[in-house]
Design a protein around this ligand. Structure first.
Ligand SMILES: Cc1cc2nc3c(=O)[nH]c(=O)nc-3n(C[C@H](O)[C@H](O)[C@H](O)COP(=O)(O)OP(=O)(O)OC[C@H]3O[C@@H](n4cnc5c(N)ncnc54)[C@H](O)[C@@H]3O)c2cc1C
Length: 447
């Protein structure tokens, strides 16, 4: 075979994509800029380097969506999971690894593969011909970032994320919250009731502001600039500017009447907006934050209606290059305007090592199949990998698209399962049982 698959970036996604395509019999060239060109977060020239934590998070494949993603990657002979298992450290239910031996063994396995070669260079142009996967991650180099922006338009490539926390709809107390769009705006009943609203009295608002100001915050990593400030101020920074700033900003109560208590005008209102087509996830509008995760849960559960809220994702603001996948990519991760180029990993708008490697696994298999004239059935959205790819290439709202980690809110609901906290264990087991059957069928269809 004379055709080669070129992969830009040998991180979590690029390494996994290379492994999958090479195992399918395709010749692969990985183009990796490190160690010649460095990023502020990587320390070595290894492929598959973990830039921060040494954990792949929960390994529980019955009750946790990340654990399920581990399971699926293992079934698909994933390199990242294989090497993680080999260098596993004791960490309770989490899959933590000895980071340097881990990335050294990812590098060694790829170097030893007869179908893989590595070219240590920075790529700064978007390829016009051949088969390519761009997996350059959150710290994509400036030159390539500019080239992507020239192709997609400035609006479609972000350099910082501004993540508002996301809650599971079925964990919201609707005896306190109600559905209404401000001033009942909208042509249809659905639009007039698009937002979920949580009311606050004056005392509740004051206590909330105190908690925001006192909460533990994370700092930016060294090397990250504060360029995020345009238009996405963290709520705690807004609160620092004055106690009333939030009440005149994202928490303004005007145009809203509490359906549960129409005679009492709320002093402030927290609004949540639907975050996925399934209607299972809602994000807290304007609540991007640098508060630490533990503090976020405590502070956000002070909001009336969210006392028992379960979070699908907590908020954050990071240096993070990502494209607007819902508008730019097709269901097979190809750039619609240049179908010879696929995107994989964190740059597609997934978040985390595991999710990035999983998107690499899919992209590698899809690219190899295309090059070999095979077709692969669409991956079912009942699987963890399928739920993620469905979300980023279609399920998410393109206008407010922000990076997403895998969670059960992305899965189609199970018929007959009870919502809320009480039925959670049974429901999660139902999701993972269904996913395993569907994933195995999808895999078997490729052999
Ligand atoms: C500071 C920081 C801390 C993080 N902490 C965590 C954490 O604790 N846990 C977690 O799950 N996730 C964390 N993340 C997110 C994490 O980076 C991703 O989840 C994961 O590494 C993404 O995998 P990826 O393959 O998409 O990108 P990466 O793993 O970053 O791989 C991309 C590769 O592309 C290379 N590259 C970039 N541009 C070019 C170019 N033009 N030409 C050639 N090569 C290029 C880079 O050198 C890199 O090797 C963090 C991210 C950052 C920035």
């Amino acid at each position: 075979m004379t055709q080669e698959l070129h992969i830009i970036g040998g991180g979590m996604a690029g390494s996994e994509a290379a492994w999958q395509a090479a195992n399918a019999g395709v010749k692969v060239v990985i183009h990796e800029m490190r160690p010649k060109v460095e990023t502020f977060a990587h320390r070595t020239g290894n492929l598959g380097e973990m830039v921060c934590s040494n954990s792949f998070r929960s390994d529980d494949h019955e009750q946790n969506a990340v654990g399920l993603l581990h399971w699926e990657m293992r079934q698909a002979n994933g390199l990242i999971m294989q090497m993680a298992q080999k260098h596993r450290l004791p960490a309770g239910g989490a899959l933590a690894v000895d980071r340097d031996p881990f990335s050294e063994s990812v590098t060694a396995a790829l170097m030893a593969h007869e179908n893989v070669s590595v070219s240590y260079e920075e790529i700064t142009e978007l390829p016009t011909e051949g088969h390519w996967i761009i997996a350059t991650g959150p710290l994509t180099s400036e030159g390539l970032g500019r080239a992507i922006q020239a192709e997609t338009g400035a609006e479609a490539l972000a350099f910082f994320d501004a993540i508002a926390p996301i809650v599971y709809f079925d964990s919201v107390n609707m005896d306190k919250a109600w559905m209404q769009s401000r001033y009942d705006k909208g042509e249809t009943e659905e639009e007039r009731t698009a937002y979920l609203n949580c009311p606050m009295t004056k005392d509740q608002y004051e206590a909330f502001i105190d908690a925001l100001l006192a909460a533990d915050k994370t700092e930016f990593h060294e090397g990250e600039t504060a360029g995020y400030f345009d238009g996405c101020l963290p709520i705690e920074v807004m609160a620092e500017r004055g106690r009333e700033t939030l009440r005149f900003g994202p928490m303004k109560p005007i145009g809203l009447t509490n359906a549960n208590d129409p005679d009492n005008k709320p002093y402030a209102v927290v609004q949540l907006r639907r975050d996925n087509a399934l209607g299972t996830l809602f994000n807290i509008v304007g609540f991007q934050t640098k508060m630490k995760y533990g503090a976020q849960k405590e502070v956000f559960r002070m909001i009336p209606g969210l006392e028992d809220a379960e979070f699908a994702r907590l908020g954050g603001i990071h240096r993070n290059t990502f494209i607007n996948s819902p508008t730019l990519l097709d269901a097979e991760m190809r750039l619609k305007s240049r179908p010879n180029v696929r995107f994989a990993g964190q740059i597609t708008g997934v978040e985390g090592y595991v999710e990035s490697a999983a998107m690499g696994l899919l992209a590698g298999r899809l690219a190899a199949a295309e090059m070999q004239g095979r077709t692969i059935d669409g991956i079912p959205n009942t699987t963890a990998m399928g739920a993620l790819i469905t979300h980023i290439t279609g399920g998410a709202d393109a206008k407010t698209f922000q990076p997403m980690n895998v969670n059960f809110g992305l899965f189609p609901p199970l018929d007959g399962m009870r919502g809320g906290r009480k039925g959670r264990k049974e429901r999660y087991k139902g999701y993972t049982d269904r996913a395993k059957i569907d994933f195995q069928q999808w895999l078997d269809g490729q052999s």
